[in-house]
Design a binder for this molecule. Structure first.
Ligand code: PMP
Length: 359
């Protein structure tokens, strides 16, 4: 979270703009909250340049919830969907889909990391056209940034979108708002909030209005895109406080220069860490160079017995939450939009010093 956002939220906690109540205490239908909500949604649309063809929905259930919500909303008239598995999150999505239809994994590199000789990577995507087209797929799903393994797409599927005969659905939980997007290329973009948007609790879905009539009858009303859209994301009570904080984050991001600024910053910060890793003989990044995530930088230490010493010394300097996901081990530096450049510089300096001290 940007520090200025946390400070402003603290200032407004007990008394929002002189109204004598906290945002947490407002009815979601009050004029005060309606104003907060409308501005938040409109700022988000501005930031990502969302065209009129697409609705922006504020929902709940997180990205894992979306793994069920999306099929329930798009499967009417279809039996299967296509999945690109590039890591843990996309794999989880295709697995969940099997509850609702036939999950067709059309590309899979999820096991790449298990083989130490082959780095994690984004597979070549043009071949997807012939595997997907003509197969009556409800949609093609992929994860734009694999948070655990640190593999990020750089527009490969977006660039092919016009040539697919089904909509593209993208999980952008961990890199949304970090680069400009051609939203019109997507059927659905979804993401949990807790990376570049705000606190957990709200899930954003950007949905092509042409897809609002494809829900299965068993889809719960509160999770039906069409119902949520018709009711302006107020069919049920939305996570009001998370949305308010997201609104403050959007204001902050606009002041910084929007997603173009976020993209430039992300490049600088990620390059600093990857250069530090590549110039060292202690650290190694398991991801192929051109596919390395700008948001999540995974790395291992050549001598794994140094892992706990590395983490302990880092923590002494206030460099925390560096332990890699339990499924892959090693380290992971998550450097979302709100992480200042100075934080990344401090980590890079520590990594160099630690290597020297262990040489
Ligand atoms: N997809 C991706 C890419 C993620 O990074 C995460 C969370 N780390 C999820 C899905 C799951 O999100 P949630 O816990 O909000 O359901």
């Amino acid at each position: 979270m940007p520090e200025s956002v946390l400070r402003r939220a603290a200032e407004e906690m007990l008394d929002w703009q002189g109204k004598g109540l906290s945002v947490m205490e407002m009815s979601h239908r009050s004029p005060e909250y309606t104003a907060i909500f409308e501005k938040t949604r409109s700022d988000f649309r501005t930031l990502l340049n969302v065209p009129d063809t697409h609705d922006v929905l504020f929902m709940q259930g997180g990205a894992v919830g979306m793994n069920a919500i999306v099929p329930l909303n798009l499967l009417k008239g279809f039996e299967q969907a296509a999945f690109v598995n590039t890591g843990a999150w996309s794999k989880k999505t295709s697995k969940e889909f099997s509850k609702y239809g036939l999950s067709r994994v059309v590309l899979d590199n999820a096991n790449a990391q298990a083989d130490a000789s082959s780095a994690c990577y984004v597979p070549e995507c043009v071949s997807l056209l012939e595997r997907v087209n003509g197969q009556q797929m409800a949609y093609l799903h992929y994860c734009d940034n694999e948070t655990i393994s640190g593999v990020e797409f750089t527009g490969q599927i977006e660039a092919l979108a016009d040539r697919f005969d089904c909509p593209i659905v993208a999980d952008m939980s961990s890199n949304i708002l970090s680069k400009p997007l051609d939203v019109a290329s997507y059927g659905v973009i979804y993401g949990g909030a807790q990376k570049n948007i705000g606190p957990a609790g709200v899930t954003i879905a950007i949905v092509d209005k042409a897809l609002l009539n494809r829900a299965l009858p068993i889809c719960p009303s509160a999770f039906t895109f069409g119902t949520v859209a018709e009711n302006g994301s107020m069919y049920n009570t939305p996570p009001t406080y998370s949305i308010y904080i997201a609104g403050l984050v959007f204001e902050w991001l606009m002041e910084q220069g929007g997603v173009a600024w976020a993209q430039a910053q992300a490049r600088i910060k990620a390059d600093l860490l990857y250069d530090t890793i590549d110039q060292s003989s202690l650290y190694n990044c398991p991801v192929r160079q051109q596919d390395r995530s700008r948001m999540n930088v995974p790395f291992t230490l050549a001598d794994e017995s140094l892992n706990s010493k590395f983490l302990a010394q880092a923590a002494q300097r206030g460099l925390v939450q560096l332990k890699g996901h339990k499924s892959v081990g090693g380290m992971r530096a998550s450097i979302y939009n709100a992480m200042p450049l100075e934080g990344v510089q401090a980590l890079a300096a520590f990594m160099r010093e630690f290597e020297k001290s262990e040489a």
